[in-house]
Design a protein around this ligand. Structure first.
Ligand SMILES: [Cu+2]
Length: 250
């Protein structure tokens, strides 16, 4: 290419770097597909974004809001009712897909009713700190409540990437990456920390044509937001392997 063109290509590259086009190389841990339309099932992945300050990720622990103890807001207002006001079948939508290519061990986390409220994967040689990795799972079809005015329901998903096995008291930025909502749990991390209050999100959208808003909504939809409670994150985040808690160290 001629000199002038190569100069402008170089400038374009500099601009793209400044604009953050390439920052996804070091992106935070998220769901690969952050939303789904109601009544559609999907295969998805937890995308492990980067290591803990250069340390390899040796495991990941994921907690979905259980919908029982969760905090629900509608627009900006707290909702005193239950999640079934908006989603008929939230419990047990998630299933972990076995895959030993990233970590050697994995299992689901169940609540007292046997619903899957999260999962973990760990062991083996881990994920190099400069690479990304997928932990695959499926999501069954969610049925939104037709009488509600909700057009979308967004869930904060708490994820911890583990790089060193420590006690909670020894959590540092090179031991764990805490992709959790700040709800007052032991896994919040410190304000100003690398991943503080940066959970992953998953949104279920209403199929507005198949499931139009009822008349009493006056044509105005609302957005619902669901966060796990601190008690649930504390209960469901630890990794239990063969009946013993292996992370965090008790
Ligand atoms: Cu980051």
């Amino acid at each position: 290419m001629n000199r002038r063109l190569s100069f402008s290509v170089q400038n374009l590259f500099v601009l793209m770097v400044l604009a953050g086009v390439f920052t996804n190389v070091m992106a935070h841990t998220v769901l690969e597909v952050p939303q789904v339309t109601e009544l559609k099932k999907m295969t998805n992945n937890i995308v492990i974004g980067h290591g803990c300050q250069g340390e390899a990720v040796i495991g990941t622990s994921v907690v979905f809001p259980d919908g029982e103890s969760s905090t629900i807001t509608v627009g900006n207002d707290p909702h005193s009712g239950v999640l079934t006001d908006f989603v008929q079948n939230w419990g047990n939508l998630f299933q972990l897909l076995q895959n030993r290519s990233v970590f050697s061990e994995q299992d689901e986390k169940l609540d007292a009713a046997g619903n899957v409220v999260g999962f973990w994967s760990g062991g083996g040689r881990g994920v190099a700190a400069n690479l990304n990795a997928y932990v695959p799972f499926t999501i069954s079809a969610a049925i939104l409540e037709p009488t509600s005015c909700a057009t979308s329901i967004r869930f904060a998903v708490a994820i911890v990437d583990v790089c060193k096995i420590t006690t909670i008291g020894d959590f540092t930025d090179d031991a764990v990456s805490l992709w959790t909502p700040a709800v007052g749990s032991k896994y919040d991390g410190a304000p100003g920390g690398h991943a503080y209050d940066s959970p992953a999100f998953f949104t279920i959208n209403r199929d507005i044509e198949a499931n139009p808003l009822p008349e009493n909504c006056g044509g105005v939809g609302v957005e619902v937001f669901v966060k796990p409670s601190a008690a649930q994150v504390d209960r469901d985040m630890p990794i239990i392997f063969n009946g013993a808690q292996v992370w965090p160290q008790p």
